[in-house]
Design a protein around this ligand. Structure first.
Ligand code: 3HC
Length: 311
């Protein structure tokens, strides 16, 4: 049973009152938010790598500048989220150290390679599309700084999804080779995009508590279903086939039935055995080490400024 403080805290959460950094909160609430927000931030930062692979090879200057803008947005999303995590009393260096040591997770989706330009379209359409479905509810979650960060992120994310779908339309309505590229990208990104929503509700270790604390407003399976229902008509419009023979509209349920996810693949990627896990982490560690001189210079400059002011 709950202490006085916990009861008051839960009553605020249940009443939809935002919890702010200086409010009392259960230690476990703080911990699970640091876990989720930092891993969300890591996802944004690592998520720039698969897309960065195509900046120098974008088919037109327009596509290149759109892709650069998207990657820059993702960096900003990461910074908002690290700042939101810092309000819970952790330092960015601690969070990055956990990522670089392989202790903290980031979204499994970013451990897949971007093999053709169509992948950039599929990522915008499916990955950012899934991210929006997951992030819209987070705008209403119980922790103030996280909810507020999500509002700005969701606005920029819809641009990401639209530009991705625009790329897929161009390819699907292009030459047979271009349409085949779009279909190949859909084949490779469909199932990993559904895995972004997490394990099935039955397997989800954090859902019950995160739901009680209004961090998670819809279950993993509910949001995954929303993604499938939203995306099937979009694939049909493109004349592309979703790589799931069990996909079928269920009039009774008012949703699409779909096939079983390969959970072995999911947990394998989480364990670090996905196609790109090692490469992604190596790239992040190198970037951090290569940037050390710059961080030291910033600190030295700030100390000089402070000393001048004090003098
Ligand atoms: N990739 C990596 N790890 C995953 C995962 C995935 N796709 N899905 C679940 N996990 C992890 C969870 O983090 C948890 O491990 P942990 O306890 O060590 O953190 C474990 O698997 C069990 O999953 P749960 O369902 O119990 O965990 P959660 O309640 O945290 O639910 C989540 C998982 C739905 C991803 C939730 O953490 C969440 O909503 N996170 C915030 C949003 C987010 O991170 N979105 C994906 C990032 S993509 C993105 O935003 C970039 C975009 O700009 C393209």
């Amino acid at each position: 049973d709950m202490s006085e403080e916990e009861q008051a805290f839960q009553a605020r959460v249940d009443a939809g009152v935002k919890i702010e950094p200086k409010d009392w909160m259960p230690e476990a609430y703080r911990k699970t938010l640091i876990r989720q927000i930092s891993q969300h931030a890591h996802s944004e930062i690592v998520g720039q790598l698969p897309e960065g692979n195509w900046v120098t090879r974008a088919p037109t200057l327009k596509r290149k500048s759109i892709l650069l803008a998207k990657i820059q947005d993702e960096a900003g999303h990461g910074l908002y989220l690290y700042s939101a995590a810092e309000t819970l009393g952790v330092s960015r260096d601690e969070l990055l150290a956990a990522l670089h040591a392989g202790k903290a997770k980031y979204s499994s989706i970013f451990n897949y390679p971007t093999l053709t330009w169509a992948d950039i379209g599929a990522i915008g359409w499916l990955v950012d599309g899934s991210a929006i479905i997951n992030q819209i509810p987070l705008c209403r979650c119980s922790y103030g700084p996280y909810a507020r960060a999500m509002i700005r992120v969701c606005k920029e994310e819809s641009f990401h999804a639209r530009q991705g779908y625009d790329i897929m339309m161009k390819l699907a309505q292009g030459t047979p080779e271009q349409k085949a590229m779009a279909q190949d990208a859909l084949n490779r990104w469909w199932w990993p995009s559904l895995m972004m929503f997490g394990p099935s509700d039955a397997e989800s270790v954090n859902s019950a508590q995160s739901t009680a604390w209004r961090i998670k407003l819809f279950s993993n399976d509910e949001l995954r279903q929303r993604m499938v229902d939203q995306t099937v008509p979009q694939a049909e419009f493109l004349g592309l086939t979703i790589p799931d023979p069990d996909l079928e509209w269920n009039e009774e349920r008012g949703h699409y039935d779909f096939g079983e996810i390969d959970w072995e693949e999911f947990y394998n990627v989480l364990k670090g055995n996905g196609p790109c896990n090692k490469d992604r982490l190596r790239t992040r560690v190198k970037a951090y080490e290569d940037g050390a001189w710059f961080r030291e210079a910033l600190v030295a400059h700030a100390e000089k400024q402070a000393a001048k002011k004090a003098a």
